[in-house]
Ligand binder design. Structure first.
Ligand SMILES: *Cc1c(COP(=O)(O)O)cnc(C)c1O
Length: 385
């Protein structure tokens, strides 16, 4: 069986685990226990469902792209996570973790952010729940993402500059974890993707499972046979992809994760340990973690969640890289044909479908449109002028 409970040790095959300093081991155990109980509690599930529908706007629709399908010769369906409150899938995970933190008696949240999307989502949940919130962000990213820094402050969150290493996302994760060790009694670490030490990869997948479950039901109504031939999503840390994959793991649908060519951790398939778990990650010949490089800040992560490494290693999912140029083209293609401006992250999945359209001809492809592109319009204006 794939995509089930990874057990107490948090293993997905040889990947996953809990590689943290000893001081954090009790916190990870406490979190696992609390999540296990909450997830089995109908009251917790009902409260989260209410938040997802009344606050975040779920269910998100599946849109059939008639114009684009004709142009590509591939039947394209989009799962519209771009229509959620705060503009991406990230709110699913954040509402789940904030509700869990409250149940655990925690009064504060700490989070990391790269482009600022997860930071904004966490700041949003903190405001809603009346919790204090601190977000670590690389010094370089703070300069690059002024607007999201301002949004977080507007929402009442303190943004702290991570000044170590390359001063980007991986350093923000390190500093957020280090800070968490010192305040673990009253603070929950709201990790932003399906990565990190157990129970995060499993817990974050379960909070995003709603994407796949809804899409499965929507496809049942929309398609003969009820199952698309291919389900695809972009992969940074891997949370939106694992969410939609989990709805189709037990079907014949082919699962395809799309990585930026400059951050293709799964495609390169070199295992290592970073940020608390064993997975594939970008590293040099001495095992030093490499910087990822992508046009989309949200995919600039050198690692990937452990379950993706497992799905790749057993052949249940495959992973393909796309280039920045292919992404730029796909961003414009969807805007022009369907009137939907995608996030640059989400445009990766579309870029693969567009590039490999001859191989996919006549098939039905469900793409997880993880977010909307408003945040990327300025950057694209610079690139295209
Ligand atoms: C953060 C983000 C991603 C990348 O994160 P995953 O954990 O890989 O899903 C993808 N798309 C959007 C719109 C994002 O904001």
């Amino acid at each position: 069986m794939t995509m089930t409970d990874p057990g107490e040790r948090g293993r997905f095959g040889e990947f996953g685990g809990t590689y943290v300093p000893e001081t954090l081991v009790p916190a990870c155990h406490e979190l696992e226990k609390a999540f296990r109980e909450a997830w089995a509690d109908p009251e917790f599930r009902a409260e989260l469902d209410r938040l997802l529908s009344d606050y975040a706007g779920r269910p998100s629709p599946v849109t059939e792209c008639f114009n684009l399908s004709e142009e590509l010769g591939v039947r394209v369906l989009l799962k519209r996570e771009d229509l959620n409150h705060t503009g991406s899938h990230k709110i699913n995970n954040v509402l789940g973790q904030a509700l869990l933190a409250k149940r655990m008696g925690k009064t504060r949240l700490v989070a990391e952010t790269g482009a600022g999307q997860h930071g904004v989502a966490t700041a949003t949940a903190a405001a809603l729940f009346g919790m204090d919130c601190i977000v670590y962000m690389g010094e370089v990213d703070i300069k690059r993402q002024e607007l999201n820094v301002f949004r977080m402050r507007l929402l009442g969150t303190e943004v702290r500059s991570a000044k170590s290493g390359s001063r980007t996302l991986k350093d923000a994760v390190n500093e957020a974890m280090r800070y968490w060790v010192s305040v673990v009694d009253d603070t929950h670490y709201c990790l932003g993707s399906a990565m990190g030490p157990h129970p995060y990869p499993w817990m974050v997948r379960e909070f995003h499972r709603v994407i796949g479950d809804e899409a499965r039901e929507q496809c049942r109504k929309l398609l003969d046979g009820g199952i698309p031939d291919v389900v695809t999503a972009c992969v940074g840390g891997g949370s939106n992809a694992i969410g939609i994959f989990s709805g189709f793991a037990d079907t014949d649908a082919e699962l395809v994760g799309v990585e930026p060519a400059g951050g293709a951790a799964v495609t390169r398939a070199v295992p290592g340990i970073v940020h608390g778990s064993k997975s594939y990650l970008m590293q040099d010949e001495w095992g030093q973690v490499l910087e990822a490089e992508s046009i989309s800040a949200g995919l600039d992560y050198p690692g990937v969640g452990p379950e993706h490494s497992h799905l790749a290693s057993i052949g249940r999912a495959r992973y393909v890289p796309v280039t920045d140029d292919e992404v730029i083209e796909a961003f414009q293609l969807l805007s022009r044909t369907e009137g939907i401006i995608p996030a640059l992250e989400s445009a990766h999945a579309l870029a693969w479908v567009s590039r490999d359209r001859l191989e996919l001809a006549g098939r039905t492809v469900l793409i997880n449109l993880s977010g909307r592109g408003d945040k990327d319009v300025n950057q694209m204006m610079e690139i295209l002028k």
